[in-house]
Design a protein around this ligand. Structure first.
Ligand SMILES: Cc1ncc(COP(=O)(O)O)c(C=O)c1O
Length: 409
């Protein structure tokens, strides 16, 4: 392996092929006729005429992009309005928008930590959180998924004066939920900050889609920092941090992905603002979405699928073997339904799965189609039957495993 001829990359690719882990980009057609259960457009509002009109007006007025960081070119009224609307919607004092949910996590977590901080991170946290913890100068303890005891232990035995506990509220892959009330109590008694990524909760959890922090009765509570994306329920593209004003002021001065990144495009800000207005007028949308999720989950269990109970819009159907999961996805497409497939390193070895995203806009005949497909049941290769899932596998997968994190406590 010399490096300059890229032979090592070709070798890694061959190893990933052998393990069933190659990824392929496929064209996205405008006129495809598949029912979309793969994207994160949870409220089915990304094509809503009111959302498009708001974005188009902003596009015409402000141009195609933000042109620079807001610290260079200034803040548009659209940025300020969206920040006020987000902080009102989530019940927290202040907000700051970023160009993506990814950069919101990187900016918030790196700016709120240093060498005198311990970061305690759930093993199932999203890649953007993992990357943020790696970029921080903090000591990082990855704790087993949803283990309150491990969080408590990590905080109790820390040597650093400050600590952040970072979790998703509804987890992106399994669709299960963190116990925010218990985590907050642990953080408060240990003098730690709780950072909650609400990417899969805003617009989905709570009567008006205020998110899980609010639904847990913690809206506006001190010591909580919320991160979120505008790219799922909020139908556009971008991210935000919602927190106390002192935190937001600190981010303006210190969050590198705010300072050194071109600002959120004004059209995206306008689109998400339009979604928040629609949510206020159509408060039934989040409840409808959750009801559909529970209905489909009941059908899945009855048909023999292994599937964690959905706490939001994510319905995870575990298949096991990565090739079997890809083949199952192809079958669903043949049946007219586009679903996601998650394989390592996005999920642990042996737990490849189909990932369906429930949408508020599914019509009765869409649901009937999905139920028919669910009723065929899972393919025969089930969890644990992946013959290639063994502990040494990460040694042979080269770059593909570098996204994964394992608990350190
Ligand atoms: C939990 C979580 N956080 C952050 C992100 C990143 O958001 P964005 O796509 O806006 O960068 C995602 C996106 O998939 C996510 O699922």
């Amino acid at each position: 392996m010399t490096g300059s001829d890229w032979q090592h990359l070709a070798d890694f690719a061959a190893e990933r092929s052998e393990a069933g882990l190659r990824r392929k980009l496929r064209p996205r057609e405008l006129d495809h006729h598949l029912l979309d259960l793969a994207s994160n457009d949870y409220l089915s509002l990304s094509h809503d005429p009111r959302v498009i009109a708001a974005a188009a007006e902003a596009l015409a007025r402000w141009g195609a992009g933000a042109t620079a960081s807001r610290l260079v070119s200034g803040s548009t009224r659209l940025h300020a309005d969206l920040e006020s609307a987000l902080s009102r919607h989530l019940g927290a004092p202040a907000a700051l928008v970023f160009s993506s949910g990814y950069t919101a996590n990187i900016g918030a977590i790196t700016a709120l930590s240093d060498a005198d901080t311990l970061i305690v991170s759930d093993a199932h946290n999203h890649a953007s959180i993992i990357d943020a913890t790696r970029l921080s100068r903090a000591e990082v303890r990855v704790v087993p998924h949803k283990s309150l005891a491990a969080v408590q232990e990590a905080l109790a035995t820390r040597t650093q004066p400050r600590a952040l506990v970072v979790t998703e509220s509804v987890f992106s892959v399994d669709g299960d939920a963190a116990d925010l009330v218990a985590l907050y109590a642990i953080c408060q008694s240990a003098g730690a900050v709780l950072v909650v990524d609400e990417a899969h909760s805003v617009g989905v959890v709570g009567p008006l889609g205020e998110g899980s922090v609010s639904a847990a009765g913690l809206a506006g509570a001190p010591g909580i920092v919320i991160t979120l994306t505008l790219s799922k329920s909020l139908a556009a593209q971008g991210g935000a941090v919602v927190a106390e004003s002192v935190v937001i002021d600190h981010l303006v001065d210190n969050a590198r992905t705010f300072i050194f990144d071109t600002a959120l495009a004004p059209a995206s800000a306008a689109a998400s603002m339009a979604v928040l207005r629609i949510l206020a007028r159509e408060p039934e949308l989040p409840t409808r979405l959750r009801d559909v999720g529970h209905d489909l989950h009941r059908t899945a269990l009855a048909a023999g699928w292994r599937s964690p109970a959905p706490q939001g819009a994510v319905l995870s159907l575990i298949v096991g073997d990565p090739d079997a999961a890809v083949a199952a996805q192809a079958n669903w497409r043949k049946a007219g339904i586009d679903v996601g497939v998650f394989r390592p390193p996005s999920v642990p070895d042996g737990l490849s799965r189909l990932r369906l995203t429930v949408k508020a806009g599914l019509r009765p005949h869409d649901l009937a189609l999905v139920k028919t497909q669910l009723e065929f049941g899972p393919p025969t290769a089930m969890p644990g039957s992946d013959p290639r899932a063994h502990p040494d596998r990460e040694l042979v997968l080269g770059v593909s495993r570098r996204n994964a994190q394992v608990p350190t406590s």
